[in-house]
Design a protein around this ligand. Structure first.
Ligand code: ZN
Length: 176
């Protein structure tokens, strides 16, 4: 029998990349929510717009650009002025990563264990997680669909950089 967990593990070990997965701890709401009509502030330096306290882990995976319908170029040229095309990606992540909706995936370079967040880094917000299960129900890997945030990405990346030295931001560890 094919062991998908091992198959995908081998592929992303050999051909994948490391990502910074910023996990929102759903049990600890951020203070910014109360002062902002019940929704998180996109520019909040504490929760990075997730609405919860966050911790960062390094995960390994592989990304694919989400299927784009052929009609898209035409639709984009017809877009209303001021509309921003939102990039979206699918990330195939290791079964250990356990991503959730609202988590953030940062695509960046690494210096050993240290993520290098700079102007080339990209930030994606997970909007859907599909646990891919084998015959016995075991989760073999996750597909996290995530959308880019062209409007807020600069301030969010700047907040990630400044957070890396603060206590509410747990230093980067590998996925458990
Ligand atoms: Zn906040």
């Amino acid at each position: 029998m094919v062991d998908l967990r091992k198959e995908l593990g081998d592929i992303i070990r050999d051909y994948g990349s490391d990502y910074l997965l910023i996990k929102a701890k759903k049990t600890i709401p951020c203070k910014c929510v109360a002062g902002n009509h019940g929704t998180a502030r996109d520019d909040c330096p504490v929760c990075l717009g997730t609405g919860y306290l966050v911790k960062a882990v390094r995960v390994r995976g592989r990304s694919a650009i989400a299927a784009i319908p052929e009609t898209l170029p035409r639709m984009m040229s017809n877009a209303e002025p001021g509309q921003v095309a939102v990039p979206s990606k699918q990330f195939y992540l290791n079964y250990k990563s356990r991503p959730y909706r609202k988590d953030l995936i940062v695509v960046c370079e690494w210096d050993g264990n240290v993520p290098i967040i700079d102007e080339y880094s990209e930030i994606f917000e997970v909007n859907e997680v599909d646990p891919n299960r084998g015959d016995n129900g075991r989760i073999e890997y996750f597909i996290a669909s995530a959308k880019g945030d062209p409007i807020n990405s600069k301030v969010r990346l700047a907040n990630i950089i400044s957070n890396s030295k603060k206590e509410f931001y747990v230093s980067v560890g590998d996925e458990e």
